[in-house]
Design a protein. Sequence first.
Length: 163
Amino acid sequence: TASDGDVKLLTLAVVRRGGRLLLGRKKRGFGEGYVNGFGGKVEPGETIAAAAAREIREECGVTPLGLCQRGILTFAFDDQPRPWEVHVFTASDFTGEPYETDEMAPEFFEAKLEAIPFDKMWADDRYWWPLLLRADEPLFAGLFAFERTHELRWWRLQEVAAL
Ligand code: 6OG
């Protein structure tokens, strides 16, 4: 079960199907307009993996299969009281048909780095996506500091043996 101390715990999931990835364009709230994986806040008493699965279902209607944690990204914002700890997951497939919700408009992209729309994504994504897409599936941990919400000032990213 997640314990929520000084950080805000969130999930972020990239869902695969064959050679394609299911992402979404965020329609409202934090990160509106950005293309991103599916995710959101971990609820009290909920495991982080359960939250990841729930958020995928809520935001695009599919049930993930083969959910697996790949990374932890910590975001420090100069305009937010607490850092955000975002747990990054991949799913190897899904059941159901993705549909548009109030939160997200789902979209498929080819599962290769050149096809990922980094110009429409948060500024940190271009750094950790290469690790996410790597065939040997390394685990990673990153720290990203943002100013005025969207400007990435500095960052650190490393492969880790365990999360
Ligand atoms: P809600 O507030 O909608 O959850 N998120 C980020 N994702 C990336 N790639 N970069 C960031 O850089 C992010 N900050 C937050 C976590 C927000 C969703 O957006 C993700 C959640 O999946 C700062 O509940």
